[in-house]
Design a protein around this ligand. Structure first.
Ligand SMILES: Nc1ncnc2c1ncn2[C@@H]1O[C@H](COP(=O)(O)OP(=O)(O)O)[C@@H](O)[C@H]1O
Ligand SMILES: CC(=O)N[C@@H](CCC(=O)OP(=O)(O)O)C(=O)O
Length: 308
């Protein structure tokens, strides 16, 4: 046996050992629902999105029921730039006027949603695993109400309402369609764009973390994974915190250690756990196979948030 053959044999035995060690974890997640929020920053290039899709197919074939909720903030911003439309954010939420709403829906439901569903179908072709692209508009999946935000005027110190436009907050998830897709004998993977409809029938732009949390809560998911562009949640010392409780998550927001986009993530995590999701993990979606490390190894990845 030459050196190359020996190395290949070593790799084969290592792979088999890794698979065998994963057995307890595979059983733990057998037929369990895992909601995965795939952030716009985590998507990166096509190769990264294809790798993500391949990992989703692997999860499905290992017996997990993955439900993907995606973002696309950077992709919306790029399209708005092209169209010469200025965009601003308040507390991490995009101020969404009628023109911005049109672009956001086109990008989220049209481009990003179809691309992710498509890559899942391509990656799962041999085993007939298929991505099914939906938005909160399909089958009444996501009802929202207009988000209200107030700001204290620095001069008068009076609380004033900030008009965010067509930005919505989930009020009801009708998960029947997702449940049917999950429970079907066919290997369908729901892929949801963060668009909702209010009682007035109008379309609203919703933060994708918030949508993932609402859907995970409605499905009583075992896990929600928030895939982003950092390794996990950093503490005061800049080190990644491996595990935290709801109270600790709240303290990180209160003392300003968690800021910007991390605030809606932790708030969503807390809300989902209060609704019955067992645990939420915030992890780096740019790293290939991060979901597999989290779900199927003792080491895990990122920051795990749980009730206590
Ligand atoms: N304590 C913290 N730990 C880690 N990231 C933090 C923290 N506080 C703020 N952040 C910021 O939150 C960002 C993730 O949120 P966001 O950019 O909205 O991600 P996504 O687009 O994936 O939803 C990180 O890139 C980081 O800049
Ligand atoms: C209201 C609001 O801010 N909606 C978000 C929806 C997309 C999103 O949340 O995308 P990421 O997860 O990639 O940030 C937006 O317009 O950017």
């Amino acid at each position: 046996m030459d050196e190359i053959e020996r190395q290949s044999e070593d790799r084969a035995w290592t792979t088999a050992k890794t698979l065998a060690e994963a057995l307890p974890y595979i059983q733990n997640y057998d037929r369990q629902t895992v909601v995965i929020k795939y952030g716009g920053h985590a998507m990166g290039e096509t190769a990264v999105a294809r790798q993500f899709a391949a990992d989703i197919v692997l999860l499905k074939l290992m017996g997990v029921n993955p439900v993907v909720v995606h973002g696309g903030g950077p992709q919306i911003s790029a399209m708005l730039d092209k169209a010469g439309v200025k965009s601003s954010f308040v507390d991490g939420l995009r101020v969404t006027d009628a023109d911005t709403m049109q672009v956001a829906e086109m990008v989220l439901s049209g481009a990003v949603n179809k691309e992710i569903a498509h890559w899942i179908t391509v990656a799962g072709k041999q085993a007939d695993v298929r991505g099914v692209g939906l938005s909160g508009k399909d089958a009444g999946l996501l009802t929202v109400e207009r988000t209200r935000r107030t700001r204290r005027d620095p001069d008068s110190l009076i609380e004033q309402e900030v008009d965010l436009g067509f930005v919505g907050e989930p009020t009801r998830v009708d998960a029947k369609l997702i449940t049917r897709l999950i429970e079907s004998d066919a290997d369908w993977v729901p892929v949801v764009a963060p668009i909702g409809v209010a009682e007035d029938g109008l379309t609203y732009n919703v933060n994708a973390d918030t949508v993932a949390g609402a859907i995970a809560g409605a499905l009583n998911a075992k896990r929600m994974l928030l895939l982003t562009d950092v390794e996990g949640v950093k503490g005061k010392d800049g080190q990644i915190i491996r595990q935290m409780t709801l109270a600790e998550a709240e303290a990180l927001i209160a003392d300003g250690t968690a800021s910007g986009g991390m605030i809606p993530k932790l708030q969503t995590a807390m809300a989902a756990i209060r609704e019955g999701v067992e645990a939420v993990v915030i992890l780096d979606g740019r790293r290939p196979h991060a979901m597999l490390v989290e779900l199927f190894t003792e080491h895990g990845a990122g920051t795990l948030v749980r009730a206590q």
